[in-house]
Design a protein around this ligand. Structure first.
Ligand SMILES: Nc1ncnc2c1ncn2[C@@H]1O[C@H](COP(=O)(O)OP(=O)(O)OP(=O)(O)O)[C@@H](O)[C@H]1O
Length: 300
């Protein structure tokens, strides 16, 4: 195993940020931690990168214990924290040289591993990090996390605040790093990114709700789910919430996702009810559940 977490708990006074978390990540796996703000993702990253002690439990990374072997872990992992880690007043090149130096290496020595990402920002190498776009900062932060050739890469919400094109490119880069045998633990609040991981853990309020491949997680969804639409979405949600047989209701893109408590649910009954509520242009269609639907169901 590349990462092994056993019954890790961590509290900040009254907040139980992590509660008995256990999971394993295999060597070379791209593993996603999926959960909303405050779920405990950053706390877990900090424990695994030896920056914070857990109250209970044990964890190993690349075979090293996070408490006893913290020095070895620091030499073998790359960490890209969610909040920006670069020196804003240093240029791209200076940031890279700085990170290389603290790990006792040079940009030249490990150029091969960062080359593909670095060439995209190299034309701006004399620009200060503080003056870069979100996508460029992210690429520079990834280069800095990789400069000492880590075995395991920790990426805390690397695509938050980054435009959709850069997000897509970023995930393509991660896939290529994975092909080099690097184990990657990445957190994201974006459910569409969850589908790009080999396996994911859904996490909320410091607890793991489920761990599996994205496909299997969606397969476990327990009910038929419907895309419901009408002219007035706000009123539609309120009416659906007030309906006697509602199991779940929440906005989902241009639709409202609806599940019913009855096994013999007939959409016609729901249409009649919504019409009686004076809703107009109603449509109901069964749809395939997504990871977000599974999350909403488990988090209920
Ligand atoms: N230093 C701290 N002192 C007190 N509470 C904290 C501290 N750090 C985090 N918390 C709380 O612990 C919980 C987990 O926070 P954590 O930052 O690990 O979550 P997260 O999933 O990374 O979310 P975010 O994306 O918002 O950082 C939250 O309720 C947060 O408010």
């Amino acid at each position: 195993m590349s990462i092994s977490v056993t019954n890790i708990s961590k509290s900040y006074k009254k907040v139980n940020a992590l509660q008995q978390i256990s999971f394993d990540v295999k060597k070379g796996e791209l593993f996603g931690l999926i959960g909303p703000d405050g779920a405990g993702k950053t706390t877990l990253f900090r424990v695994l990168t030896t920056l914070l002690f857990a109250d209970e439990g044990t964890a190993t990374v690349a075979g090293y214990d996070v408490v006893k072997d913290y020095k070895s872990i620091r030499n073998n992992v790359g960490y890209m924290p969610g909040r920006f880690s670069l020196y804003q007043d240093l240029t791209i090149e200076e940031n890279l040289n700085f990170f290389a130096t603290i790990f006792g290496t040079t940009l030249e020595e490990n150029y091969e591993i960062i080359k593909e990402i670095y060439i995209q920002i190299a034309p701006f190498k004399d620009r200060r990090a503080g003056k870069l776009s979100g996508g460029m900062k992210q690429k520079l932060a990834l280069c800095c996390a990789l400069i000492h050739k880590p075995k395991v890469l920790f990426l805390d919400e690397p695509t938050t605040g980054v435009d959709p094109v850069s997000r897509k490119e970023f995930w393509e880069m991660l896939k290529r790093l994975q092909q080099r045998g690097i184990t990657i633990l990445v957190s994201t609040p974006y459910m569409d990114e969850a589908e790009l991981c080999d396996r994911i853990a859904l996490i909320q309020n410091g607890k793991i709700l489920e761990i599996d491949t994205p496909k299997a997680i969606v397969k476990h969804y327990p009910k038929p789910i419907y895309n419901v639409k009408s002219k007035n979405t706000y009123q539609l949600i309120n009416s659906l919430k007030a309906y006697a047989s509602t199991h779940s209701v929440y906005p989902f893109g241009e639709f409202v996702h609806y599940t019913d408590t009855r096994l013999d649910f007939n959409p016609e009954d729901l249409i009649q009810y919504l019409e009686s509520q004076k809703l107009k242009e109603i449509s109901i269609q069964e749809t395939t559940p997504t990871i977000e639907d599974t999350f909403m169901e488990l988090a209920k």
